[in-house]
Design a protein around this ligand. Structure first.
Ligand SMILES: [Zn+2]
Length: 303
């Protein structure tokens, strides 16, 4: 049996036409008319996970789960965790507590109707849990969520909470607390640099990603990698977005799968819930507050 450290792998299950980066090209009202491609990416991902005996967390949009319940089923059959990515990829800053409650409830119903257990994990669209949307933690706790993976502890013009604890930490909220499990960053020159997925994963050479990952493993930190099904679909239709957006969306789509396979070869991956359990963050809400100070850094983020 392997005694290697367990890291988390996750996928935000959304279509290429729902990505925030291409919002200017695909209107919400177009979604029902655009060619669905989600199966292409999901086939590639589920095949790779099965070949390597790895498990992952799939953060489904409720909109996807309603239209493709067989994908929820296939994930469950593979032993993977189903979690919530919200219903229709709204940014938290465009919601307020009551509408987030409704969005989460609609997503929970879609996931459970597709056969999944009630989700305990959430990831907001496009890392929009920031200082200005901190109230979302209260809503998540009220709805019984055990962990969130929406804070990106980096400097970025649109999202990010620079200085936030980059490892696992517990965040106090009204009515309890919740574990925050940010996607992985690498500490260098006093800053956290993103490398744990998405565009950065496709931009950086695979060997660099694996070296950074090995560095975090040596520090004893569980990683959180994340990707999207559309990143495994080089044949998706090209849309005439501005050059920078096209670069971000279409770069190295043919390399995502081999790079993921190389990671799966080198490191041991499970779902986010499995990593929380392995790291001792699995106890009922509020029971682990004594473990927070050793990580440090995050108490100041609450004020
Ligand atoms: Zn998303």
């Amino acid at each position: 049996m392997s005694t290697r450290k367990l890291h988390s792998l996750s996928f935000d299950v959304e279509e290429y036409f729902q990505v925030a980066n291409l919002r200017g090209h695909f209107a919400r009202s177009d979604w029902e008319r655009v060619e669905p491609r989600i199966d292409v990416g999901m086939d590639a991902i589920l095949g790779a996970l099965e070949r390597h005996g790895a498990r992952a967390t799939f953060f489904f949009l409720g909109w996807i789960a309603e239209r493709h319940p067989h994908l929820v089923q296939r994930c469950l059959e593979g032993g993977h965790e189903i979690a919530s990515h919200g219903y229709e990829h709204l940014f938290l800053q465009d919601l307020e507590p009551a509408s987030l409650h409704r969005d989460l409830e609609r997503t929970e119903q879609a996931l459970m109707a597709a056969g999944a257990p009630r989700p305990v994990g959430f990831r907001a669209s496009t890392f929009t849990l920031t200082r200005s949307t901190w109230w979302a933690f209260d809503v998540l706790v009220q709805r019984g969520y055990r962990y969130d993976s929406s804070v990106h502890p980096v400097r970025h013009p649109v999202y990010g909470v620079p200085g936030f604890e980059p490892g696992l930490s517990r965040v106090a909220a009204a009515g309890g607390s919740i574990v925050e499990f940010p996607v992985s960053t690498y500490p260098l020159l006093g800053r956290n640099w993103p490398f744990g997925g998405g565009g950065y994963f496709r931009l950086l050479p695979g060997a660099v990603t694996r070296a950074l990952a090995a560095g975090l493993e040596r520090r004893g930190r569980p990683m959180a990698f994340y990707l999207h099904p559309w990143e495994f679909d080089p044949g998706q239709p090209r849309c005439p977005a501005p050059a920078f957006k096209r670069f971000r969306h279409y770069l190295n789509l043919d390399r995502t799968l081999p790079r993921l396979e190389a990671l799966l070869e080198r490191f041991r991956f499970g779902s986010m819930a499995e990593v929380l359990a392995a790291e001792g963050f699995d106890a009922p809400r509020g029971a682990l507050s004594a473990t927070v100070p050793q990580r440090g850094g995050q108490a100041a983020e609450r004020g």
